[in-house]
Design a protein around this ligand. Structure first.
Ligand code: ADP
Length: 643
């Protein structure tokens, strides 16, 4: 194969450009990124070898660093390596939506550079912050030969074949010359590398080794030290402790240790919000450390996000993202599970059918919920932080599986309300209920202000009842599944009749309904395909009409379902309420008696207005507009005649 010249894809060029003209001050993290890639590559070799008999099984893994302390630094691993295609695909293009998203946000100045590499994993390209030329030599166990990739971080790179015996990758950085901006050679001084590895990569589970120079006392032939005489020897030293944190005594591990572990293991930038360390012994034996991240991953709600915990059986790494250990609604947790009960062959079994794993998952879920309850009770501030970042997942948990977990989760829910300026739990809502109050009231709309505009609110306010504010898509679906809390049913202020009007008002409306029975019937008849009922309203004061939904599906739910891909679209029942004291009602009664032809148009216009007020689409905009035009022309014409 001849040496080939290739161009980087556009996004890669943008990213490289950023690295070369680095805006990022923390350049030392290139070592962390390269070590993390090497460790991932070994993980992948190891996990593939568990299921592919063609790959040699080994535990002889190593990440080897070399430095000349001036110009050249290299890192070598014996991991999965890359084939020719993979080399082009992985290094020449940015496949990850995360990085592309990052570039976009950077352009819009939505991210600060300090956040960047940690959160978005710019990864390998970070080498160009310190190197003027980078060489990759790599061999996949699935490829006959090795390949050598060279680039100076401009628009091109070259690829050619090279001889390599073992699978794995060696990356060599030719450091930039020291200049005003930075002393690049400092990054690759032996002492510096040692401290960077300790700082960023101490928990990497494979040994990170380097040849270091040591000055030892000179020994005589009998092995005794000779006074005042030393000799310099080169020795291979392992730089990272690798002691898996879970093997340490819980009491000896500091908060800082755990935070560092979290950040290096899971490529996180911020400290975790909480951790839950569990040791279970008995019929079921496992250890686990679960973290709730400080920030929700940017892609948590995208399909590409993979949930899961790392799984170790008898101390051997089995799987990176074991999804069977994590219910969907806790998909944001990170961490690991270690169990001596699991067989090493577990990676060949269907994990879902493994009883132990199912039991561990259930047990762990309970522990996490307990810890959240404890936090809610003892550290409100932290809990609210958790709620703001991840609360919507808990709501999803209540709703999911037909509410199977609602009893376990309902006390973790928090709500904004109309009366309180802080978020409250359902328990707190119920505690604050007025003596005569039997329902838990909620309003649902896009914003709190829209809820405040609800026609029924006056009556509720005058009684002093509080109202839960629901603005998330999932909210009403969740409330419907909950149905009640502490035997108090939930009641929407937008739906159905709240029965809060005073007796006198009710009597009057009842009387008027009797008197106008025929008009109401006629409107209902004219709109029979659209509305379930037409009523005179006890709640309207200003507006001429409103549309309320019956029990069950609400308008907000209808709007949410409208956006979902499913074809099971349910519609809310529409009840048209008319204000009996409004002039418009008198007008329509008049038309009903004197101009039966125009009456149908009046009914249709009335209904469409109600739709508009409720934020729903009018049924047939053209016909609606035509009817309005007719009415306006007619009104003007009538005026002319009368003048
Ligand atoms: P990330 O590691 O976050 O995916 P990088 O830009 O650092 O992003 O690396 C891109 C890809 O190149 C990796 O996903 C991996 O497939 C491949 N790669 C990088 N370093 C190595 C390595 N040492 N061995 C094998 N493949 C590697």
């Amino acid at each position: 194969m001849k040496k080939e010249k290739k161009e980087f894809k556009t996004e890669s060029r943008q990213l490289l450009n950023l690295m070369v003209n680095s805006i990022y001050t923390n350049k030392e993290i290139f070592i962390r990124e390269l070590i993390s890639n090497a460790s991932d590559a070994i993980d992948r070799y190891h996990l593939t070898s568990l299921t592919d008999d063609n790959l040699e099984k080994t535990n002889d893994y190593e990440i080897f660093l070399e430095t000349d302390e001036k110009k050249k630094f290299s890192i070598q691993d014996n991991g999965i390596g890359m084939t020719y295609d993979e080399l082009i695909e992985n290094i020449g293009t940015i496949a990850k939506s995360g990085t592309i998203d990052f570039l976009k946000r950077l352009k819009k100045k939505q991210v600060k550079d300090a956040e960047m590499i940690g959160q978005f994993g710019v990864g390998f390209y970070s080498s160009f912050m310190v190197a003027k030329k980078v060489v990759i030599e790599t061999k996949s166990p699935y490829s006959e030969t090795g390949y050598k990739w060279i680039s100076s971080g401009e628009s091109e790179y070259t690829i050619e074949e090279c001889d390599m015996e073992e699978h794995g990758t060696k990356i060599t950085l030719y450091m930039r010359k020291d200049d005003d901006d930075d002393t690049y050679s400092d990054y690759i001084k032996t002492q510096k590398i040692k401290s960077l590895v300790k700082k960023y990569s101490d928990y990497v589970k494979y040994p990170i080794r380097m040849e270091v120079e040591k000055t030892n006392p000179k020994l005589d032939d009998d092995g005794n030290e000779i006074e005042d005489e030393t000799e310099t020897v080169r020795e291979i030293e392992t730089l990272n402790s690798q002691i898996p944190i879970w093997k340490k005594n819980k009491a000896e591990v500091s908060e800082d240790d755990l935070n560092d572990f979290f950040k290096t293991q899971y490529n996180e930038y911020t400290d975790p919000m909480m951790h839950i360390w569990t040791n279970v012994e008995g019929a079921l034996t496992y250890k686990s450390i679960v973290f709730i991240p400080g920030k929700a991953p940017y892609n948590l709600y995208s399909e590409k996000y993979e949930k899961g915990l790392q799984l170790y059986a008898k101390g051997v790494f089995i799987k990176d993202k074991c999804k069977e250990l994590v219910p969907d609604y806790l998909r944001f947790i990170k961490g690991l599970v270690v169990s001596p009960d699991l067989s090493l062959n577990i990676s060949r079994e269907t994990l879902q059918q493994n009883r132990q794993l199912v039991n561990i998952a259930a047990n762990l879920e309970k522990k996490i919920i307990k810890e959240l309850e404890r936090t809610l009770k003892n550290d409100r501030e932290l809990y609210e932080k958790f709620w703001d970042e991840f609360g919507v997942n808990i709501k999803y948990g209540v709703y999911d599986d037909f509410g199977m977990k609602k009893d376990m989760l309902k006390d973790l829910l928090m709500f904004e309300t109309l009366n309180e300026d802080k978020k409250i739990t359902l328990n707190e809502y119920v505690d604050n209920m007025k003596e005569d109050q039997t329902n838990i009231y909620y309003g649902s709309a896009r914003t709190k202000d829209a809820i405040k505009a609800s026609p029924q609110l006056d009556a509720i306010k005058s009684k002093g009842y509080d109202v839960l504010v629901l603005t998330d898509d999932i909210d009403e679906f969740m409330i419907n599944i909950l149905n009640e809390y502490d035997k108090k049913p939930f009641k929407s202020i937008n739906q159905g009749d709240l029965d809060l009007a005073d007796e006198e008002n009710k009597e009057t409306v009842k009387k008027k309904t009797e008197e106008n029975k025929d008009v109401l019937e006629a409107i209902k008849e004219a709109l029979k395909d659209d509305v379930k009922d037409v009523k005179l309203s006890t709640r309207l004061t200003e507006s001429p009409v409103c549309l309320v939904s019956g029990e069950g599906v609400s308008f907000e739910m209808e709007k949410v379902m409208e956006q979902m891909p499913s074809d099971q679209k349910m519609k809310a029942d529409r009840i048209l309420e008319i204000n009996p004291n409004h002039k418009l009602f008198k007008a329509i009664t008049h038309v009903f008696k004197n101009d039966p032809d125009a009456f149908k148009d009046y009914a249709a216009v009335l209904y469409n207005q109600a739709l508009l007020i409720e934020g729903l689409d009018v049924k047939d905009p053209v016909s609606f507009s035509n009817k309005m035009v007719n009415l306006m022309v007619k009104a003007a014409g009538d005026d002319e005649q009368s003048s």
